[in-house]
Design a protein around this ligand. Structure first.
Ligand SMILES: Cc1cc2nc3c(=O)[nH]c(=O)nc-3n(C[C@H](O)[C@H](O)[C@H](O)COP(=O)(O)OP(=O)(O)OC[C@H]3O[C@@H](n4cnc5c(N)ncnc54)[C@H](O)[C@@H]3O)c2cc1C
Length: 302
């Protein structure tokens, strides 16, 4: 029972941030999603115990970071959501090595690296996710991806075993890594950067972020690119060429600024977004014979 699990967790960790029936719309950049039965925001050193406790109570759990690549169903999430985010984001820099817990925001890590005149993470400074989510997705932009900087990752298995993997062992590929395949939990990451010129690093980050603001509908809630890039094509261009710019289902809309983004134009439900994605996928398939695979992860009950 959820209430027994909550009681047991609070006995061990009296200061644990834990909420019942927490709306996931508060924790996703799409700003949609029904309630999580239990929503926990642990500190880094509490994660392994909490995972074990969920197993003991046979309670399903979902790990999230900043919720910037998630579409959570309107009926919410059965069981526990563990946010490896704001309470688990310590960053340490030693010479050219950046060590950070999985909850650290990419923007914050990139800024800290710049402060230490370290180059290599400029590409990540405008990606609105946590480090853990970025490892799962091998997040990337403007020619950079996490694969290029990751030296070592500390992982937890669902059974509570700690593992260390080198960057090469992470099986990074386009918006994917070994993490989802094996259902690992990312705890911390060691990244190797290079010494650079602080002013140039900051100027590069500003330039990339200006380019984002110009091209992307950042004024609306979204989860970034909705679909993966199909080989040989661009999802946004296929969608635009299919005449779907501005296509709307309820409050969900194909952005007119960038057709690769589905936005919450106001009052969208997860069902609206899901239906719009299905429609777009079907129309592009019919017109161009190309299958669009969602980049956004759908979780919970729709
Ligand atoms: C405006 C906007 C722009 C974006 N631009 C880009 C871009 O340029 N490039 C890009 O790659 N992405 C982009 N994204 C998508 C998103 O920010 C990235 O995929 C990001 O890496 C997701 O991180 P997150 O912490 O938000 O993960 P979440 O959305 O919380 O989770 C994503 C997945 O990772 C899992 N997960 C999260 N943390 C952990 C963990 N610690 N251990 C195990 N599993 C975990 C979740 O279960 C889920 O399956 C953009 C999104 C938005 C809203």
């Amino acid at each position: 029972m959820i209430s027994d699990l909550k009681k047991s967790l609070l006995e061990t960790f009296p200061d644990l941030e834990i909420k019942e029936q927490e709306p996931m719309s508060k924790h996703t950049t799409f700003r949609v999603g029904g309630p999580a039965e239990l929503y926990i925001t642990p500190k880094a050193n509490q994660i392994a115990d909490i995972v074990k406790r969920c197993q003991q109570f046979e309670m399903p759990f979902l790990i999230i970071g900043n919720g910037s690549n998630l579409l959570v169903g309107d009926l919410g999430i059965k069981g526990v959501v563990i946010e490896i985010g704001k309470n688990a984001g310590e960053i340490e820099i030693e010479q050219t090595t950046v060590k950070a817990n999985a909850g650290a925001m990419l923007s914050v890590i990139a800024k800290e690296a710049a402060e230490h005149s370290l180059t290599g993470l400029e590409f990540a400074s405008g990606i609105p996710g946590c480090l853990g989510g970025a490892i799962v997705m091998n997040a990337g932009a403007y020619g950079g991806e996490m694969k290029q900087v990751v030296k070592k990752v500390t992982l937890l298995t669902k059974q509570g075993e700690l593992l260390e993997k080198t960057g090469d062992e992470m099986e990074f590929s386009y918006r994917n890594s070994i993490v989802s395949k094996k259902e690992y939990i990312v705890l911390s990451v060691e990244m190797e950067l290079q010494k650079g010129n602080k002013d140039e690093i900051i100027a590069c980050m500003k330039d990339l972020n200006n380019r984002r603001r110009e091209k992307q509908p950042l004024e609306y809630p979204s989860a970034g690119s909705t679909f993966k890039r199909p080989e040989g094509y661009f999802a946004g261009k296929l969608i635009q060429d299919s005449g779907l710019s501005g296509y709307q289902v309820g409050g969900a809309k194909v952005s007119e600024k960038h057709c690769g983004f589905v936005i919450n134009a106001g009052g969208a439900t997860a069902a609206d977004i899901k239906k719009l994605m299905e429609d777009v996928g079907a129309i592009v398939k019919e017109k161009y014979g190309v299958t669009l695979e969602p980049e956004v992860k759908m979780v919970g009950q729709f």
